[in-house]
Design a binder for this molecule. Sequence first.
Ligand SMILES: [Zn+2]
Ligand SMILES: [Zn+2]
Length: 265
Amino acid sequence: MSGYLADYHVHTRFSFDSEETIGAIRKMAAARGLSEVCITDHFTVNPKDKSFGLYPYREAYEEYLRDSAGAGPAVRFGLEIGEGQYRRDTLDDFLAQAHYDFIIGSVHNIGDITIRQTIRERGADYAFDAYYDEVLGLAEEGDYDVLGHLDLVNRYAWDEQGIYRLDAYTHQIEAILKAVIHRGRGIEINTSSLSKNCRQFMPNPWIVKRFKALGGQIVTLGSDAHSAARVGDGLSEAAALLRDCGFEALAAFEKRRPRLMPLGQ
Ligand SMILES: [Zn+2]
Ligand SMILES: [Zn+2]
């Protein structure tokens, strides 16, 4: 693997749905020849979310300081915040006393109900509209560096009902991308769904192309690995997609400040 390549979406045992250590993540990032890896555990301030109250900031930061130093790929300390457009005061208080390099803003729920459950209970038409409304709210109001898995609703709609849609939502998607660009933020290309039923990047390549055409510059790549074995999965394919879309750089973050790193050939 030549050139800069970094995995900016990885979960560890400080997420409710992972048991991995930061040390194991770092070792795998080195074995896979990555330039950097960023830990992005789940965090929410929504008491109804299944991850609520389960993120031990101090313990996570101490393990990070202990196990991230030394030779090999740089390890960054980040967070994946769910529905960060709500309860901003609580969120701002938390972030003010924390030390993050990078924040992914994600939508996992519509109101207090998961996207998958919303599709089951209210149908795909409702879920698509409501999902993009939530993402637009996050794009405009949230504190984030990149938006996570921007069309996640497609993955669940495909699983539940064999539905995958872009055309009907291009207006909402463009409004989201414009808000992201206006605020100087970015998007990620999440590769986790390449191995799921829909076998597609999140977001769909069309959205990445529109982001570029509208003037977007900041893109990170993320495997969304919940175990060390999956760190780096799909990143070479995602980097190739980025080049196809006209990007020549990947974003890296330190203390929430982006740097653009030239993509390898
Ligand atoms: Zn997520
Ligand atoms: Zn994630």
